[in-house]
Design a protein. Structure first.
Length: 107
């Protein structure tokens, strides 16, 4: 990574931001969330600043996501699978074939 960081210094800040974001979620650490938002809300990288400000705007949901051991990852994964199959089969079949394809599981 060092040669990329030397050529593109912005990558180092982005990588650091991602690591810190993952860390407060993994540790379920609420104070780290607030520190993250405060630190990155004024980032020179406008996308990171926008992301941090978005976290602040939706702070109730973000706090719940950090504090809760529950996740909707399974549901989102299933939803993505359905959308992918539907897109691949668009205009080629009826609801019966789509239903069969969704219920089929590879052994």
């Amino acid at each position: 990574y060092k040669h990329l960081w030397a050529q593109f210094p912005v990558l180092k800040e982005i990588e650091k931001c991602i690591r810190e974001f993952r860390e407060f979620f993994e540790k379920k650490n609420m104070p780290m969330l607030y520190i993250f938002i405060e630190k990155y809300s004024n980032s020179e990288i406008k996308e990171i600043a926008s992301f941090a400000k978005g976290l602040q705007r939706d702070i109730d949901a973000v706090e719940n996501a950090v504090a809760s051991p529950l996740s909707n990852g399974f549901v989102e994964g299933t939803n993505s699978k359905v959308k992918t199959i539907k897109k691949a089969m668009y205009g080629r079949c009826g609801i019966e074939l789509l239903s069969a394809k969704l219920m089929y599981r590879k052994p």
